[in-house]
Design a protein around this ligand. Structure first.
Ligand SMILES: N[C@@H](CCC(=O)N[C@@H](CS)C(=O)NCC(=O)O)C(=O)O
Length: 260
C-alpha cells in the first residue's frame, strides 16, 4: 500500500505518541509504519537527516523530529492550530514545548531503569511487528542491551533522571496551579499540552496507551509506589485528564507491521 501520509514510528515510543497526537489533533489521516529499532537509522538518516523516530512522510515531504513535525503541520494544515497566534502565548508554548521535550528523555530513562529486563517490555516493543518467533527471540536481548547503552540506563543517570522528571511535573503544577482541568497556556489545548502529556504518559500509563501492558500487580514495587505518589499530584491527574478529554483517537488508515 502506498499511502500519501505515513508516520514512521516505534510502537512504544512516547515521542512517536506525541506525533500521533499532533496528527490526530489536526484530524489528518495517516498510516503507521513500524521500523525496526537499529536498522531504522538507515532510513531516517538517508531520508530525513535524523537518527530518531518519529519521521513523517507527507506526499513528497519527509520531516524528522516531533517538534519539526508540529511546526510543519501548523504551517501546512493551519486548522486546529497547535501554537496560538497571540505573541505572548505563542512564546510560552514554544518555550514549554522545548522544556517538556527535554524532560521526555528523563521520563524514558527512569522508566527503563525500572522496567528494562522485564520480558513484557520487549514483548510490548516487538509484538506489533508480528515477526517470526525465532527472529524476535534473537532481536530481544540485542535490543535490550542497545536501549540500555543508547539511553544510559544505569544507576546514576537513572537517579538523576528521577530528579529531572520531577522538575517537569513541578512545572506542570506551576502552570495549572493545582487545577488538572486547566491547560498549560490559555484556554485550549496547545502544542505545550500535547508535548507534556504524551511525554509523561508512560509514567502514568493511561488506559489504551501502549504503556498499559504491565498490569499494576506485576509492576516492580518501586514503580508502583512512585507511580502512586506521582499520580496523587495534580500534575499526574492533569496527564490522565488530558488523555481522557483531549486525546481523541485519529484516523489510522492501516497499521503496517514493518519495513526494513
Ligand atoms: N527529539 C526527537 C526525539 C525522538 C527520540 O528520542 N526517539 C527515540 C524513540 S523514543 C528514537 O528514535 N531512538 C532511536 C535512536 O536514537 O536510534 C523528537 O522529538 O522526535
Amino acid at each position: 500500500m502506498s499511502a500519501t501520509r505515513v508516520l514512521y514510528q516505534f510502537p512504544i515510543s512516547h515521542y512517536c505518541e506525541k506525533a500521533r497526537w499532533l496528527l490526530d489533533h489536526k484530524g489528518l489521516a495517516y498510516v503507521e509504519r513500524n521500523l525496526l529499532p537499529g536498522p531504522h537509522r538507515l532510513f531516517t538518516r538517508a531520508r530525513a537527516g535524523v537518527n530518531t523516530l518519529p519521521v513523517l512522510r507527507d506526499g513528497k515531504r519527509l520531516v524528522g523530529d516531533s517538534t519539526r513535525i508540529a511546526y510543519y503541520l501548523d504551517k501546512y494544515y493551519p486548522n486546529n492550530p497547535l501554537v496560538p497566534d497571540d505573541a505572548e502565548q505563542r512564546q510560552q508554548v514554544i518555550e514549554l514545548e522545548q522544556q517538556f521535550d527535554r524532560y521526555g528523555v528523563h521520563v524514558r530513562r527512569w522508566l527503563y531503569g525500572q522496567l528494562l529486563g522485564r520480558p513484557e517490555v520487549m514483548q510490548a516493543m516487538f509484538g506489533p511487528y508480528r515477526l517470526p518467533g525465532m527472529v524476535q527471540r534473537l532481536l530481544m536481548p540485542v535490543t535490550e542491551k542497545g536501549v540500555a547503552r543508547l539511553y544510559r540506563v544505569s544507576a546514576e543517570p537513572v537517579a538523576h533522571s528521577f530528579q529531572r522528571l520531577q522538575e517537569g511535573l513541578a512545572l506542570i503544577e506551576k502552570r495549572i496551579q493545582g487545577n488538572p482541568s486547566r491547560y498549560l497556556v490559555g484556554q485550549r489545548l496547545t502544542l505545550a499540552d500535547i508535548t507534556a502529556a504524551s511525554l509523561y504518559a508512560p509514567l502514568f500509563m493511561p488506559p489504551g496507551t501502549p504503556w498499559d501492558f504491565l498490569p499494576e500487580a506485576r509492576r516492580p514495587a518501586v514503580l508502583r509506589e512512585q507511580s502512586a505518589v506521582l499520580r496523587a499530584q495534580s500534575a499526574g491527574q492533569w496527564v490522565m485528564q488530558r488523555y481522557a478529554q483531549d486525546r481523541q483517537a485519529g484516523v489510522v488508515l492501516a497499521d503496517e507491521a514493518m519495513v526494513m
